[in-house]
Ligand binder design. Structure first.
Ligand SMILES: C[S@@+](CC[C@H](N)C(=O)[O-])C[C@H]1O[C@@H](n2cnc3c(N)ncnc32)[C@H](O)[C@@H]1O
Length: 376
């Protein structure tokens, strides 16, 4: 039997690139469901009762997700634009009233008040919902993807700015790691987080120290431990957060090798923000990638997943794929697979990659071909 669900899209989804919201939701669902369930779902955009929805059909070929309805609910609920999910109970042919629907109870996957993600506003901030999409994609590609739901997935944003990815990861119950070269960003994030933790009366420790390696001063290291209350903090139930205030090209030697499950980054667009590589200020995101990728690869487990947001105007898919391949990373997603226009100077896409030694590399590559064959 086929299980058909309608995933309702949050109305505020992707204000900036509203036109592309439906296609992006479909692309995310394709990869996330495909990677978690091991096969492609049939997806199509649909309007029901005036609401935008993504129709997800699973199970027609026998292997039914109904075996584990909780897993399906968790996955659908984890998609970045999900407002709610309605299961199709009955779909009478040619019925103008539309399908008979039953609301699906979704397990909550987010912790901590939502303002952890929304209070901080600044030019260059990555949209929170788009950040959530990058995390769900990178996590799905990891062989340790179940860790997204039990707090054990290790997530790294090696270009973390003022912490949009880190805050989302904290709300998912993870203990993330970030790196950022701009001292003002690191300081602003430290100040924000300290105030937020105090205002919300969280039990926490927050230590900022110098980051020195063999006498060389590289920057700063911020270590935070936090829990909503004393009891869980004392019981060891706290989450950790690490922010390295240094050049991302150095982090390969600063963190344990093969310790990261999911790497998420919004690469410098080469428009508003300069990027530092090779000791001089450069504007080319390709140079940052070239210098940083070997270190990033060293930190990734073989079964890890990578999701990189890129500006197609300043970073060509082919060149980026070649640079990543030199470091042992294989780009899976096709050029334009997540393409959407953010503004005049940013034509954004997402590169999905895994280490070339990833145990599921062939199976995951097949999802790219399936995506190309899908009609809207
Ligand atoms: C597009 S922004 C990411 C914004 C971030 N996601 C946020 O919402 O705050 C790219 C970031 O990469 C940082 N960056 C550029 N080159 C870097 C380098 N070599 N090492 C570390 N960070 C770098 C920039 O300072 C900028 O904060």
């Amino acid at each position: 039997m086929t299980q058909v669900s309608l995933v309702l899209r949050a109305p505020s989804a992707n204000r900036v690139y509203a036109q592309a919201a439906g296609a992006l939701a479909r692309a995310e669902a394709h990869w996330v469901l495909g990677a978690h369930l091991g096969r492609s779902a049939a997806l199509r955009e649909r309007t029901v009762g005036g609401m935008d929805a993504l129709e997800v059909s699973l199970g027609a070929d026998g292997a039914s997700p109904e075996d584990d309805p909780e897993q399906l609910g968790r996955l659908l609920g984890s998609l970045s634009s999900t407002l709610g999910v309605l299961d199709v109970v009955e779909e009478p042919a040619a019925d103008p009233e539309g399908p008979l629907l039953r609301p699906r109870a979704l397990p909550g996957i987010l912790h901590h008040p939502a303002d952890l993600e929304t209070i901080l506003r600044y030019p260059g901030k990555t949209n929170e919902q788009f950040t959530a999409l990058l995390i769900s994609l990178a996590a799905a590609l990891s062989t340790r993807r179940a860790g997204l739901f039990d707090g054990t997935l290790t997530l790294l944003d090696p270009l973390c700015g003022r912490g949009t990815t880190l805050n989302r990861a904290l709300r998912l119950g993870l203990s993330p790691i970030g790196a950022e070269i701009d001292r003002k960003d690191v300081e602003a994030y430290r100040a924000f987080l300290g105030t937020w933790l105090k205002d919300h009366r969280y039990k926490h420790t927050l230590d900022s120290t110098r980051l020195t390696v063999r006498g060389e001063q590289l920057g700063t290291r911020l270590e935070v431990e936090l829990a909503p209350d004393k009891q869980s903090f004392r019981a060891g139930g706290g989450q950790r957060l690490t922010v390295l205030g240094c050049d991302t090209t150095r982090i390969g030697a600063l963190l344990p090798a093969a310790s990261v499950d999911a790497l998420v980054a919004d690469l410098p667009y080469g428009v508003q923000h300069g990027s530092r590589a090779g000791g001089t200020w450069q504007r080319s995101p390709l140079e940052v990638l070239r210098e940083a990728a070997p270190g990033w690869r060293r930190l990734l487990r073989d079964g890890a997943g990578v999701a990189l947001a890129v500006n197609r105007r300043t970073l060509d898919h082919e060149q980026a794929s070649a640079v990543l391949a030199e470091s042992g990373l294989r780009v899976l997603s096709a050029d334009g697979a997540f393409r959407h226009r953010v503004d005049q100077s940013i034509d954004r896409d997402v590169l999905l990659a895994v280490p070339a030694d990833h145990p599921r590399v062939e199976q995951l590559s097949a999802l790219a071909a399936d995506q190309e064959n899908q009609t809207p």
